[in-house]
Design a protein around this ligand. Structure first.
Ligand SMILES: *Cc1c(COP(=O)(O)O)cnc(C)c1O
Length: 413
């Protein structure tokens, strides 16, 4: 066996046949992206098998009892153990450099599972205010009803995090780069603050993915993913994951998932496994296109300001250069003239898809103030710097010239 990840997961209720070989220490990122987590069935299929089954059968009653009590490793029921889901978990854990990984039904259920698995009533969260709109809602509204308080701070200002700490602070949460303003926070500095405070540092690594940034290597305890975005990369399925320290993932988050059931479907896990194979190639190509588009947008007279970590004008450009291997594929910009002007740019496109999703090979365009961030209060939006003229483009794999022409129609008009 010789694989600590497998041993730990078997202990927590996952199950692995004994011949699994961990590849994480032997192979580079590109190799792991294609091959980590593969475990062939008796048929020796080449492509990852899709185990579309809700349960697993036992030889006899005694084996069923042994499986249920965790005395014998083996699969039981797909709410908490399925070989295709295990393969996705192992591959993502290898790419993030994490000790353990659990997959979830969506990015939001990954964040919920972290909170429910690691926090109790009376605990306190410090969170960047520049995070996904639904995450703000989850912390402020849902968790608030269960006695978990959240203080929102400027993510890029480490001293604001320190000031917000309380003796009950148990979780520090951020996205970097953030959605939609691509604000970059210093993961290493925040990890040091979290360590001193005895809090868990969780980083939503949605915008960079492990292809461009590895938060665990920078000191974070947990990485959160909306696999719906770049890990799939082609806009097909919902999924999520929590990766990181074994004790937090397997003793904290996993028991909640097993009991409450926001589980990743084996079919979605299979799609996501295929997405991971091309992750780095896509992230690099989309980042390259995003940088070219950001430079073009920045030069346009109708554009007041561009938010892209790869531009020298970005307030945390130097930090992004250190922390990320490329700028990512999200380019946001303020159009002069507020909501009417922003909507004109969006409505004049013929190529870009008007949708709030991101992480697709097809470029998308959205107006955050009225979509992704429409349900938070106007004050909270203003505090997060999301103006009425803000447009967010998630750059895909089309030609940059075609994307520029598509945006020029609304900007020039
Ligand atoms: C989309 C998104 C989420 C939520 O993920 P779902 O899969 O839609 O539940 C969380 N964080 C970020 C940064 C996102 O973009």
């Amino acid at each position: 066996m010789g694989n600590p990840l497998c041993a730990a997961q078997a202990k927590a209720g996952f199950a692995f046949p004994a011949d699994v070989t961990s590849m994480s220490e032997q192979f580079d990122f590109d190799t792991q992206a294609v091959r980590a987590g593969i475990q062939r069935s008796a048929f020796n299929e080449h492509s990852e098998a899709l185990y579309l089954t809700s349960s697993f059968v036992f030889r006899d009653a005694a084996q069923a009892a042994a499986r249920f009590s965790n005395e014998e490793p083996g699969y039981v029921y797909s709410r908490f153990s399925n070989p295709t889901v295990t393969a996705f978990q192992e591959r993502l854990a290898a790419l993030e450099g994490g000790e353990a990984c659990v997959a979830t039904a969506s990015g939001m259920s990954a964040i919920l599972a972290c909170a429910m698995g690691l926090l109790k009533s009376g605990d306190h969260i410090v969170s960047s205010s520049s995070i996904f709109g639904a995450t703000v809602q989850l912390f402020a509204t849902v968790l608030g009803r269960f006695g978990v308080d959240t203080t929102f701070v400027a993510g890029a200002d480490p001293s604001a995090w320190t000031r917000a700490l309380r003796p009950t602070t148990r979780l520090m949460f951020l996205e970097t780069p953030s959605n939609p303003l691509t604000e970059v926070a210093d993961i290493g500095a925040l990890a040091a603050i979290a360590r001193r405070a005895g809090a868990v540092l969780a980083v939503d690594n949605c915008f960079c993915t492990p292809a461009l940034q590895r938060p665990l290597a920078l000191g974070a305890d947990l990485v959160i993913h909306s696999a719906t975005k770049y890990l799939d990369g082609q806009g097909r399925v919902l999924g999520g994951a929590v990766v990181g320290r074994r004790d937090l993932v397997l003793d904290g988050v996993f028991p909640f998932l097993r009991t409450a059931g926001p589980s990743l479907s084996p079919f979605n896990a299979w799609v996501l496994l295929k997405g991971l194979e091309t992750l780095r190639i896509r992230m690099e190509a989309q980042s390259q296109r995003a940088l070219a588009l950001a430079r073009w947008v920045e030069a346009h007279p109708r554009v007041e300001r561009v938010y892209y970590p790869g531009l020298a004008s970005h307030p945390q450009h130097a930090l992004a250069q250190r922390q990320q291997s490329a700028g990512g594929a999200i380019v946001s910009f303020d159009v002069r003239g507020g909501r009417a002007a922003a909507w004109r740019v969006i409505d004049s496109t013929r190529l870009l898809s008007i949708t709030a999703n991101l992480g697709d090979t097809k470029s998308t365009i959205t107006h955050p103030a009225s979509t992704t961030h429409g349900r938070i209060s106007a004050e909270a939006r203003a505090a997060a710097g999301i103006g009425e003229g803000l447009v967010r483009v998630a750059v895909g794999l089309e030609s940059v010239a075609d994307l520029e022409a598509d945006l020029a129609r609304g900007l020039d008009g």
